[in-house]
Write a protein that binds this ligand. Structure first.
Ligand SMILES: Cc1cc2nc3c(=O)[nH]c(=O)nc-3n(C[C@H](O)[C@H](O)[C@H](O)COP(=O)(O)O)c2cc1C
Length: 244
């Protein structure tokens, strides 16, 4: 089947939802809103307003052929407007693709580990999509100590990480075991939307899954169940090409 239009994409995503009926639990009961006791713990912390998302600097057609996973980063910062665009792309992808899941109470959350973001102090933040803002949830080590956050130390040299978490407890409650697959699909779609938005800003990076669970548990209340880390995206300006 060729996928050429948004409608094709939404039909494919809809088919993923239909697959959930293969799950025995889901067949036996109608989809129900997630009960309150399965929600992740609320967080607290100062709010940092984000600027409007930076406008793309290139078309998707321009950047897609050169899309490649980049793990070597320039030491300079990226801007808060660029972070705003990357987070908004992830959020929009999930909001448009899985509105029923979100209405039922199974949300994705987007955390931003900001090391070098102009206008944003180094720290770990949760994106507040409704208001284009970040809520600071924890401090972050810097310099060589930052490497203790990730399995591959090169990702600690990124300007920022987007970390996608999901409510596994809620998704399992709603769909049975298919809930885990569905969350991973959603995180993949959001993470790649973030990646493509970054490419269109002439930034570079890669999605990756090598997060250290204890770090997010301690700093973001990610217990792996009500708030389960799913995927991350490292972003920065690419390191300068070596001279030929
Ligand atoms: C679910 C998922 C998890 C990944 N985890 C990692 C990872 O932990 N470390 C890493 O270096 N790359 C990770 N990657 C990125 C892939 O390695 C990357 O897509 C691959 O290197 C292909 O590179 P290319 O995009 O340049 O073809 C992951 C990709 C996916 C889809």
């Amino acid at each position: 089947m060729s996928v050429t239009t948004d409608q094709d994409r939404y039909r494919l995503l809809g088919d993923l939802m239909i697959d959930s009926r293969l799950d025995a639990d889901a067949v036996r009961r109608p989809l129900a809103p997630v009960p309150a006791y399965l929600m992740p713990a609320p967080d607290q912390g100062p709010i940092v307003e984000l600027p409007a998302p930076a406008a793309p600097r290139a078309t998707l057609d321009d950047v897609l052929p050169g899309r490649v996973a980049v793990r070597d980063y320039a030491p300079g910062p990226i801007t808060a407007a660029e972070v705003s665009a990357i987070l908004a792309a992830a959020e929009t992808m999930d909001a448009q693709s899985w509105p029923g899941e979100r209405a039922g109470g199974v949300g994705l959350e987007f955390f931003c580990a900001a090391w070098r973001v102009t206008g944003v102090d180094t720290g770990l933040y949760r994106y507040l999509p409704g208001r284009d803002a970040l809520r600071r949830v924890a401090s972050l080590p810097t310099g060589p100590a930052a490497a203790e956050l990730v399995i591959q130390t090169e990702f600690a040299d990124a300007a920022a990480l987007l970390v996608v978490t999901g409510n596994l407890a809620a998704s399992l409650d709603r769909h049975g075991s298919h809930g885990h697959r569905l969350l991973l699909s959603r995180a993949g779609a959001a993470g790649h939307a973030a990646w493509l938005a970054a490419l269109r800003l002439r930034l570079a990076g890669t999605v990756f899954a090598g997060l250290l669970p204890h770090v997010l548990r301690e700093r973001a209340g990610a217990d792996g169940y009500h708030r389960a880390p799913l995927l991350a995206f490292a972003v920065a300006h690419p390191a300068a090409e070596p001279a030929a």
